[in-house]
Design a protein. Structure first.
Length: 59
């Protein structure tokens, strides 16, 4: 299993174990992020997403 697949499984498990309200908030946020990224080149959008994730984690 690739490291990325393992990370995805861990995140999905964590989200699945959230309270229903928090889980729905996360899923709505994911949908909004995907929609915001859709007009951009997938490589550029992916890099931007990783940057935002790293900035958020560092805060």
């Amino acid at each position: 299993m690739k490291e990325e697949e393992a990370s995805l499984m861990i995140l999905q498990h964590a989200i699945d174990n959230l309270e229903a309200d928090k889980k729905q908030q996360v899923l709505r946020c994911v949908a909004a992020i995907r929609e915001a990224m859709s007009p951009f080149n997938s490589e550029a959008a992916g890099l931007a997403l990783m940057l935002v994730a790293a900035q958020t984690a560092a805060e």
